[in-house]
Design a protein around this ligand. Structure first.
Ligand SMILES: CC(C)(COP(=O)(O)OP(=O)(O)OC[C@H]1O[C@@H](n2cnc3c(N)ncnc32)[C@H](O)[C@@H]1OP(=O)(O)O)[C@@H](O)C(=O)NCCC(=O)NCCS
Length: 211
């Protein structure tokens, strides 16, 4: 196990485990239930509530090439998908999850980096944003160039905000007319921020793949 986990470190040469960070496709549909179960179990542990996602919704993301799935030695390791809002002016990475035994070794960083690069490839003009209360995600977002913003700078697309309904803090959001809540809002505005070198490289690879 130690060897496997060491090999997950993003910059280190793989020395045992085979870590794959892939754009999900139809062939990954059999993992949908495992993904949803893993997300649900993690939300219970965190006590945060959960944005409702049906198996069909996640399946659709895979069919559209808008999801990232990770495997460690062939075993499901993590997941994330992208969705666009406000007439494609905004794009968000959602549903980030890493299987507990593979955490703390850079796997989420790699998944999120690829999901971010995918979002930048598919929606190059869109602002990329996220709402999070997790320190790990804040760190990852900061590395990608996101900056903290007020809620007013996010999409006003009702469908996005409906995703907050399952959260235990939803009353705070509604009480403040969607101006404040417990989560930190973070935004990457392509007009203001530049993609990091490693993101540019992944974008190049994705473009080749999508040709
Ligand atoms: C959040 C989550 C995806 C992180 O996965 P991970 O593979 O352990 O993350 P990484 O190893 O890439 O860590 C990224 C950074 O966050 C830090 N970090 C990881 N978990 C952390 C935690 N629980 N608290 C504080 N910092 C944390 C790491 O040390 C690392 O920082 P560094 O770059 O300075 O070393 C994983 O814990 C998870 O699936 N949690 C449950 C679901 C969840 O919270 N999803 C996010 C919803 S917004």
């Amino acid at each position: 196990m130690t060897t496997i986990l060491k090999s997950l470190l993003p910059q280190k040469k793989k020395d045992g485990a085979d870590v794959q960070i892939l754009i999900a496709g139809e062939e990954h549909i059999p993992y949908v239930q495992t993904i949803l179960d893993t997300i649900e179990a993690a939300a219970k542990v965190r006590g945060t509530g959960i944005a409702k996602r049906t198996p069909e919704y996640v399946e659709q993301k895979m069919k559209e090439g808008k999801a990232i799935i990770a495997f460690v030695d062939g075993e499901f390791g993590g997941f994330c998908y992208i969705e666009s809002w406000g007439n494609k002016q905004y794009v968000a990475n959602s549903g980030l999850i890493v299987v507990e035994k593979f955490r703390q070794h850079g796997l989420a960083t790699r998944i999120k980096r690829k999901a971010f690069a995918l979002a930048r490839t598919m929606f190059p003009e869109a602002k990329v944003f996220g709402l999070t209360s997790g320190a790990a995600v804040m760190k990852i977002n900061t590395e990608l160039g996101y900056v903290p913003v007020s809620f007013a700078q996010l999409t006003d697309d009702e469908a996005f905000w409906r995703g907050c309904q399952g959260c235990i803090n939803y009353d705070v959001l509604t009480r403040t007319n969607r101006k404040y809540c417990i989560c930190t809002a973070m935004l990457f505005d392509p007009a203001k921020q530049k993609d990091k070198k490693e993101v540019k490289e992944i974008i190049k690879d994705i473009k080749k793949l999508l040709k």
